[in-house]
Structures are given as C-alpha cells and as structure tokens.
Design a protein around this ligand. Structure first.
Ligand SMILES: Nc1ncnc2c1ncn2[C@@H]1O[C@H](COP(=O)(O)OP(=O)(O)OP(=O)(O)O)[C@@H](O)[C@H]1O
Ligand SMILES: [Mn+2]
Length: 459
C-alpha cells in the first residue's frame, strides 16, 4: 500500500499491466492445455511391455473372478465348427452382406452424393444397401485428383481427393497378413487390413457406425506424384527401386519412418471421409499412456457407478454406445480407443467407430480389459445382444471370411484371426451371462425402445 502510494502513477500502470499479462497468460495456457488434452495425440510409444504388465497385474485384481470364470469356460470352448447347427444361417447372412464390387449399376447421382445421403445420427449407411458395392468400387477405382499429407493423428496416412471431389484417407500397408504384433495391446503401427475387416464386422454386427472402407493398390508414380501437394512431394524418396514417402504425422520422423511401395505400387486402405462436423470426447475408459500411471477404471471395479452419475452417461444412448464400441473393439482387438467422436449437430448421435487401425494385431491374445465398460457396467443393448447370439458357434467368422473375399486386396484376415473372433464372441456371451446371473435380465439387457435421447452436457 505504502509502496503503491509512493510510486509514480506511470509505475502503477506498468505494475497493473504486468499483472494483467500474467493473468491472461495463465488463462490462455490452461485453455491450451485443456485443448491439447483433447486434441493432441498422446505419447503412446513411451510404453514398454513391462509397464504394460504392471498395469495388467493390478487390473487383473479387479477382474480376477471373471477371468477365472472365462478360463474355465475357454477349456470347454471348441472352435471346430465343421458340423454347424442344422439351422445354420451363415449362407443367408453371406448373401445379405457380400458386396458386389463388379456391380455395373449406374446411379443418376454421383456415388459420393449417394453415400452422403445415407448418413444420419445413428448410422453411416443403412442395413440393406444395394448401392454399397458401387460406392466401394468407386473408392477403389476412381482417379485421384489431389493428394496431400493427412496431418491429424499419430499414424502416417494420405488425404486424397477422388474424381468428383470426394475426400478419402489412405492408410498404407505396414505388415504382412501373418505378422503377429507383440507387446502392449496398442502396440505397432496401423493394420490397414484391420480397418477393412472392422468395417465389414460393423455391418455384420449391426452397428454400421464405421466409415466405408475398401482396399486399394495405389500407383505412387502415376496416381499420386502428379497430383501431390508440394509439402507431400517434399517427403518422397527412393530406396533401391522402390518409391517411398514419409509424410507428416506425430511419429513421422523423416526417411526412417517412411513407407515404401513395391516398386511403385503401394497397398493400402481407403476410408471414406465423413464431412459432418464432429465433437471430440475423452473416452471414460481410455488408457493413461503415461508410465506407471493407471486410469481410474483400472483400479476401481465400481468405476461405472461414477460414470453413471455424470449427466452425459446417466443410463442412456451414450453409455450403451460406449459399451457397443467396447464389444466391437474386443472382437477386433483394438485397445487404443483413447477418444471418441460424435456428430456435433445431432443430440442423439452415435459414437462413431472411427479409426480401427489398431486391430487384428495378435490373434493369440484376447485383451479382456477392452471389455471393461461391459463387465463393469453390466449393461448391453438388446439389439446388440441378439445379434451376438445369432452369430455364435462359428457363424460370425464364416460370414466375415466370405464377405472379405470380395475386397480388392483380399485375403484380409488369416485363419488365426478368424478363429479369434469366434473365441472372443464366446467370451463376450459368457461375460453377459455372468452379468445376467448376478443382476437379472431386465437390469442387464436394455431394450432400445426404453432409450430416450438425452440432453448431452459437454464435459
Ligand atoms: N473417415 C473419416 N471422416 C472424417 N474424419 C475422420 C475420418 N477418419 C479420421 N478422421 C479424423 O481424423 C482424426 C485422425 O484420424 P485417425 O484417428 O484415423 O488417425 P490416427 O493417426 O490413427 O490417430 P490416433 O493416433 O489419434 O489414433 C480422427 O480423430 C478424426 O477426427
Ligand atoms: Mn489410430
């Protein structure tokens, strides 16, 4: 006070200005930090196997009873389904889900307008959709008119514009089909074939919440370089006779992290871009990706009760969508769902099953923690449960295998991966049965009609 009084007035102004600057900087920094927590890719590669085991050991304390149960059940599980039930509906389902990529159907409007018209708040394409082959075929064949780096995310991918103005992502091939990815459940680069299998699985499981996906061989010399942006072009290089590029992404570190074509042909996956504005959320059951730091759900078996207390998840569409997503991720082996996105303009928007690249890495490992939303909440949508039951006893893999045969870069999954999905489906049904035994059918199996769209409060 004394100091203030004795200071000349211009000094007081300077002090006030400095204080204001400090306050504004503080507010700005905490805002940026908040944004970054949502927008910035997390530091996944800090993990190693030992740390992941540490997480697992603790987590197993929480889920030990159910793991014991599953282990007993696994002993009785026989995946030799050669003599399937006489009421085998596989062939009916194959007829329904197979896609005719040679379809000569010529729509009056463009394939891109057709696929855009399919999107609504609860699905990205309809259940019965004769034009699907035509759209997927266009994605696999239409000329590329512009190619750029796709800067968002941690994985190297291209952003392409196809003739007619449609944006798509191109996720390149890194692994051979038989490669087993060891290490933490989110280890390794994207599996481009996993994206394709996940898309068709989402159709067969009745979710239809994944963007349209198809395999494509891309000629980097004739299809990409002539239409590439200069920032993409700058990252092209040659290794022996192969054309390579390293693009730009969180983990793209120049040539050593680049991807190479076989001579000029690069195999990969095309994912149709969805142009609706999306809202990004942290996944309540996301992993921490920080050394020796566990997420709340990994140590608290009653974590779901806390989630249920929040406005956004009080038993409604959103929580059941999260549980559907965990069912889907468990089957495909994706333990990397750190965030999720919804359609901004729809209050009852689905949780979009975007980015399924970290799937089908290890067919011999079932990452049970992916199912935490299901076994901690003990709730599942009736329609999902019915669909899972319908696809048990080997039907799921049989239908998926047949449907995947039609993709331009088939074969997509080897027999070990196909077997793993039947095994995981069996474990899923056992998990649901356990919940029903403990809590009763009406508390576990939630009918879709009961669901009233809720006001979603931003968190
Ligand atoms: N098909 C799509 N349509 C619209 N936006 C998409 C699509 N695919 C991805 N995106 C947007 O781009 C972001 C990054 O894509 P994606 O998650 O596939 O990349 P990634 O490198 O695997 O990311 P991460 O490292 O976070 O897992 C997504 O979070 C989403 O906002
Ligand atoms: Mn990813």
């Amino acid at each position: 006070m004394f100091m203030t009084l004795s200071m000349p007035s211009h000094a007081i102004v300077i002090v006030i200005v400095i204080i204001v600057i400090i306050i504004v900087t503080f507010i700005l920094l905490s805002y940026i930090d908040n944004q970054q927590r949502l927008d910035t890719p997390l530091h996944k590669e800090k993990y190693n196997v030992a740390e992941s085991n540490a997480v697992k050991n603790n987590e197993q304390d929480v889920m030990q009873p159910i793991l014991n149960e599953l282990e007993k059940d696994n002993d009785n599980f026989n995946d030799n389904f050669d003599s399937i039930h006489p009421e085998d509906i596989s062939w009916e389902l194959i007829e329904k889900f197979k896609v005719d990529y040679d379809d000569h159907f010529q729509p009056i409007v463009s394939p891109w307008d057709v696929s855009k018209s399919w999107v609504n708040s609860r699905e990205i394409f309809p259940d019965v959709v004769p034009e699907l082959g035509m759209v997927l075929k266009s994605m696999a064949n239409e000329p590329v008119i512009y190619a750029d780096i796709a800067p968002r995310g941690t994985q190297l991918k291209l952003l392409l514009v196809l003739k007619g103005g449609q944006k798509v992502l191109f996720k390149p091939k890194w692994f051979e089909r038989d490669q087993v990815i060891e290490g933490p459940p989110y280890a390794g680069q994207d599996r481009h074939n996993g994206e394709i299998a996940a898309f068709h699985l989402s159709r067969i499981l009745g979710f239809r919440r994944t963007p349209l996906t198809v395999g494509r061989y891309l000629n980097l010399q004739t299809e990409v370089i002539p239409v590439a942006s200069s920032r993409l072009l700058d990252t092209f290089f040659y290794k022996d006779n192969d054309t390579c590029f390293y693009g730009k992404c969180y983990y793209c570190k120049g040539k050593e992290s680049g991807v190479c074509a076989q001579k000029t042909i690069l195999e990969g996956t095309i994912v149709l871009w969805i142009s609706h504005k999306m809202q990004l959320y942290r996944h309540p059951w996301g992993r921490t990706y920080i050394d020796n730091k566990q997420a709340k759900w990994e140590t608290d078996a009653k974590f779901c009760d806390k989630v249920l207390q929040t406005d956004m998840y009080k038993l409604g569409i959103r929580l059941l969508d999260i549980i559907d997503t965990s069912v889907f991720d468990y089957i495909i082996g994706n333990a990397d769902r750190h965030h999720y996105e919804t359609f901004h303009e729809f209050p009852d928007s689905m949780v979009i099953m975007l980015d399924n690249g970290k799937s089908f890495g290890n067919p011999y490992h079932d990452e049970y923690s992916i199912l935490a939303p299901l076994y901690q909440c003990c709730k599942i949508r009736q329609s999902t449960y019915d669909q899972l039951k319908m696809l048990k006893n080997g039907i799921l893999s049989k239908v998926l295998e047949a449907v995947l045969l039609f993709d331009p870069i088939s074969p997509i999954l080897n027999k070990f991966h196909l077997r793993s999905i039947d095994r995981r489906l069996h474990q899923l049904l056992t998990t649901i049965d356990n919940c029903v035994k403990e809590q009763g059918m009406p508390n576990v199996i939630i009918s879709d009609e009961k669901l009233i769209p809720e006001k979603h409060v931003e968190t």
